[in-house]
Design a binder for this molecule. Structure first.
Ligand code: ATP
Ligand code: MG
Length: 647
């Protein structure tokens, strides 16, 4: 990380007074309401206060809803600060909770995944079928020499075998590291080497947005310099001829000929704190970090947040449009939903192929009721106009979600209006690879404010402080921190514990991972952007999100990125890069219109000194705007680590 905190707090220029209250039947029937009442509370406020003072009781209650081979003996302990453990003494396997447990109930025959390929092909897997596939893959991995503690790299498209790959690895007590199937060979190689993977699971290839991706070829290139890799397991997704290296590469279907359908590889009973996976961060601010998550605490955190934030019910059809290569996919495509026995959609393709209504057609087709997506996805589709979602029956939806970046208030409104039939709640979930699960987010029972992730999840003591750790108070910007560990938090950075410690000592004794935010009089948080992206103008420090939101609030603008450029008079001046919606032309006139819009709607401080129209912005492969890359290009400086840049 290494954020240079050379300031105390930030200023805020956004005002937002729209408030959307939840309907009373939603509140009445919510999962969180049932839990609150079981603890004797009728209002959220006193429940939330209770949860801060009784965090262990809350998490113990949640942990008890899962299966343990042996119960834990100690709920939480600091080992050597800032290192800690949860649920020590317990024996646990997350995969038992995702699969085996459901075989004992009707969930056995329930659909686990409706899969849709980029090419429109479909497959449906019940929990029992996913169990069979996972067990056979676990056996195949065992036959290739994988044992408890070994690292396995997964470089695959979004197909059911990818989900089964994660589960098979974890079933054996091995450690997975998933690398997004869109990364190039060098990014793949770096991660394989950092993790010291013994086996790589990949596919012969796939289609993404209609384009043929040669996954196996890229894997071969990466493996030219990966000394730890012994074997490669190849899933056939296409029937394309690929290079297979004798003795190293094996087709899964060929191995399956020797592994009958009734093969069972029992879940390895793991210590609570044994490693589950290593996942590299998105690299928005620098070189990706190998975040380490462990079996039990991670399971408890993702199980609980899935249940309460999305209000997951047995009859829901849930779809998270992220990729399994990101933490969102780990926590909210694979582990959280499966532990909750959910029926999910898994989609291999992209939002606008073959047309910008691909997502909406999938929602209609599978009658999706909970849809979890990202600001970048929403803004990207806003650009094509409201007529695309309008073509589809989206009436099955009841809850929406967002994650990955701050969602601009007007993008939030567009999402609610066009996808959420002007009435659905949006769960704007703030969290990170490092946090493992959602930390700040509404639940369906809270009133909502556009562009605000609202309030911390029960037990999470978040605050806004200055660089010395002193609370800045209401409606002031500062550093977003959390005061006490939670179960799904990262335990370390793989092979770099010193780097882990920086999360806890940049601001004394609290967890800080680099975001600036404000909190209002109602306790609602608004993330202003990365600390690294704060812009200093005329003695004010502005978050990139606030300046960008002031532009996105104009009906012609789809996306904007703001950076600061050195300025002799002002310290820094603001330059914005703007993507217009389809049907709007870049012109001097448009530039004047947008500047005037910002001046009248937000104020002179936010008016950009420079404005450039562009057709795309540099983003991470997970879709986040990389302002550090824009800044470096603009100033002609070295760009730094670009392994995650979507070229
Ligand atoms: P790196 O740490 O390598 O720079 P990254 O921070 O983009 O990459 P992730 O863990 O994928 O890696 O992203 C977490 C970050 O995403 C958060 O710190 C925050 O900046 C942003 N973020 C995620 N969800 C939200 C949200 N709902 N509102 C505002 N910001 C969000
Ligand atoms: Mg980060």
């Amino acid at each position: 990380m290494g954020n240079n905190l050379n300031f105390e707090d930030t200023d805020t220029i956004l005002t937002e007074d729209r408030l959307f209250s939840p309907p009373s039947d939603v509140v009445e029937n919510a999962n969180i309401t049932a839990y609150m009442r079981s603890k004797g509370f009728n209002d959220y406020e006193s429940f939330y206060q209770w949860s801060l003072e009784n965090r262990f009781e809350f998490w113990e209650d949640m942990a008890k809803e899962l299966h343990w081979f042996e119960p834990w003996t100690k709920t939480f302990e600091w080992t050597e600060k800032p290192f800690f453990k949860w649920f020590t003494g317990g024996k646990f396997n997350i995969v038992y909770n995702c699969l085996d447990r459901h075989l004992e109930s009707e969930t056995r025959h329930k659909v686990a995944f409706y899969w849709e390929g980029d090419d429109g092909s479909n497959r449906t897997l019940t929990y029992e079928q996913l169990y069979v596939l996972t067990n056979r893959m676990a056996k195949a991995l065992q036959n290739l020499g994988i044992q408890k503690g070994d690292r396995v790299a997964i470089y695959m498209p979004a197909i059911p075998e990818q989900v089964a790959a994660l589960l098979a690895v974890a079933r054996l007590g091995a450690v997975h590291t998933v690398i997004f199937g869109g990364f190039a060979a060098n990014a793949l190689r770096e991660r394989i080497n950092d993790a010291g993977a013994k086996v790589v699971i990949t596919a012969d290839g796939n289609y993404r947005g209609g384009k043929h991706i040669q996954l196996k070829k890229i894997t071969d290139e990466a493996l030219e310099e990966t000394p730890t890799v012994e074997k490669v397991l190849v899933v056939r997704r296409l029937d394309s001829e690929v290079n297979m290296q004798e003795g190293r590469d094996f087709y899964l279907d060929e191995l399956f000929q020797e592994i009958p359908e009734d093969t069972v590889v029992p879940c390895e009973p793991m210590d609570s704190e044994d490693l589950l996976y290593i996942l590299y961060t998105s690299g928005s601010t620098g070189k990706p970090k190998g975040v380490v998550h462990v079996q039990a605490g991670y399971a408890v955190g993702t199980y609980t947040t899935t249940k309460f934030v999305f209000d997951m019910k047995p009859e829901d059809v849930y779809w998270c449009s992220a990729d399994i290569g990101w933490v969102t996919g780990h926590s909210y495509i694979v582990y959280g939903p499966l532990m909750n026995g959910a029926t999910s959609v898994l989609f291999e393709g992209t939002p606008s192929y073959p047309a910008p209504d691909r997502w909406w057609s999938i929602i209609e087709k599978f009658k999706v009721s909970i849809f979890y997506s990202s600001p970048t996805g929403i803004r990207g589709l806003m650009r094509f106009g409201e007529e695309w979602p309008a073509k589809h029956d989206l009436s099955s939806l009841r809850v929406l979600g967002s994650v990955g970046e701050p969602i601009n208030p007007e993008a939030w409104m567009w999402y609610r209006r066009n996808i959420g039939h002007d009435e659905l709640p949006i769960m704007d979930t703030w969290w990170q690879t490092e946090t493992g699960a959602i930390l700040i987010s509404p639940t369906v029972i809270l009133p909502l404010k556009p562009g605000s992730a609202s309030r911390p999840f029960p037990t999470i003591e978040a605050d806004i402080v200055d660089k010395n750790g002193k609370a800045v108070g209401e409606n002031k910007g500062g550093f977003l921190i959390v005061r006490h560990p939670w179960p799904s938090q990262m335990r370390t950075i793989y092979r770099d514990p010193a780097r882990y410690q920086t999360y806890w000592d940049t601001i004394p004794d609290v967890y800080f991972a680099g975001d600036a935010a404000t909190r209002d009089q109602d306790g609602y948080f608004r993330v202003q952007g990365r600390v690294d992206d704060v812009i200093k103008v005329s003695g004010h420090r502005l978050g990139s999100m606030e300046i960008e939101s002031s532009l996105v609030s104009h009906p012609a603008v789809a996306e904007a990125a703001a950076i600061g450029k050195p300025d002799e008079v002002k310290g820094e001046h603001v330059k914005v890069f703007v993507i217009l919606k389809d049907g709007h032309e870049a012109s001097d006139e448009m530039e004047k219109t947008l500047k005037l819009h910002v001046r009248t709607n937000v104020g002179p401080l936010a008016v950009p000194d420079e404005l450039e129209f562009v057709s795309s912005l540099p983003k991470t492969r997970s879709g986040k705007i990389m302002r550090r890359v824009i800044r470096a290009r603009e100033l002609g400086e070295p760009v730094g680590d670009t392994s995650t840049l979507d070229a």
